[in-house]
Design a protein around this ligand. Structure first.
Ligand SMILES: NC(=O)c1ccc[n+]([C@@H]2O[C@H](COP(=O)([O-])OP(=O)(O)OC[C@H]3O[C@@H](n4cnc5c(N)ncnc54)[C@H](OP(=O)(O)O)[C@@H]3O)[C@@H](O)[C@H]2O)c1
Length: 311
């Protein structure tokens, strides 16, 4: 038999073996949410707040972290109607000492960490040359370096208990580079790569790493003007509650990459992966200078009113 045939047969056998192993592999130990200790960064608003409510409703003990202490207390009050055990630790994830305090306080109170949700995030949209360099550094740190460092701090206790779940809240934008958000896209693509590499490093330790890729979601991060624009293009805008509920369903099923977005988002992601030049053409057609200017508007407003800035 010629070499080519051996090559084809060998490849087919490898693919078959791979699928067989995937199909037969033992199920991971089931995730128990009741009494689980869940740290959520960015829990004061949007998707993080929705995670806090969804996990607490299932009996988890949630640890809420974000900068705005008054909003954390408001989330605690919402949760109090059905779960009493909530810890608020006002935290700026860009401050290493505050990250250490968050982990220390959690361990002192509960003695363990079962789930870490790296959710805190900020966005910068528009032309890169208009970005403020300090805000770029802060964004890279918030979205990527802080998530890596907080994971690093939580890992020793997870490894010691031989169980744990790290949920990195990335974005579909990290897999489909978007011309309106090059710097933000870089942070989310970095988070995707971090998750994949760490998952390989932690194989066999009992610690799972899960990447969540929300699509357009109705939070403060997405201005009403942009929401209208993307809806008109046929994209769906999810609610944060849907993101939280679907994440938990997918987690319980053992998924390691949890994607969001309706048919249009999935079609765009498919195009990006399999026919990237068409994806480029599509963005050239859809993302005009007027669209980019519209994306910059919230940034201009934040510059005029730095107190109101989210970053
Ligand atoms: N909304 C979307 O369309 C969308 C799409 C894809 C992915 N995502 C991702 O989903 C995650 C949550 O975003 P969201 O939509 O819920 O936005 P959001 O409503 O603006 O909430 C962002 C959260 O991050 C926190 N945060 C920001 N900087 C922080 C810092 N330095 N330290 C601690 N906390 C900080 C904020 O709390 P404080 O201001 O109180 O600190 C807030 O709770 C982000 O990672 C985002 O990239 C969102």
């Amino acid at each position: 038999m010629g070499r080519f045939r051996w090559f084809v047969l060998g490849s087919a056998a490898s693919v078959a073996a791979y699928w067989l192993v995937r199909y037969l592999r033992p199920e991971h130990s089931p995730l128990v949410l009741k009494q689980a200790v869940v740290i959520i960064t960015g829990a004061s608003a949007g998707i993080g707040r929705a995670y806090a409510l969804a996990f607490a409703r299932r009996g988890a003990r949630v640890v809420l972290a974000a900068r705005r202490a008054d909003l954390l207390e408001a989330v605690r009050a919402e949760i109090a109607t059905y779960a009493a055990d909530v810890l608020c630790v006002p935290t700026d994830v860009n401050d290493d000492a505050q990250l250490e305090r968050l982990v220390r306080t959690t361990l002192e109170r509960y003695g363990r960490i079962d789930i870490l949700i790296n959710n805190a995030g900020v966005v910068m949209q528009g032309m890169l040359h208009n970005h403020d360099p300090q805000r770029v550094r802060a964004m890279v740190n918030t979205n990527l370096a802080a998530a890596i460092n907080l994971t690093r701090l939580c890992l020793p206790s997870m490894l010691a208990q031989r169980s744990g779940t790290i949920l990195n809240i990335s974005s579909v934008g990290g897999a489909v580079p978007n011309a309106t958000t090059p710097a933000y896209t870089a942070t989310k693509a970095g988070l995707n790569a971090f998750s994949s590499a760490l998952r390989r490093q932690l194989e066999g330790t009992g610690v799972r790493v899960v990447t969540v890729l929300p699509a357009y979601t109705d939070t403060d991060m997405l201005s009403p003007v942009i929401q209208d624009y993307v809806r008109n293009l046929g994209f769906t805008v999810d609610t944060p509650y849907y993101v939280a509920e679907h994440t938990i369903d997918a987690l319980l099923k053992g998924e390691q990459e949890i994607w969001f977005g309706g048919f249009t988002t999935r079609a765009v992601a498919w195009l990006e992966r399999h026919v990237p030049f068409l994806s480029t053409l599509l963005q050239r057609w859809l993302i005009t200078p007027e669209v980019i200017a519209m994306m910059e508007e919230p940034l201009v407003a934040q510059k005029a009113d730095p107190q109101g800035a989210q970053q």
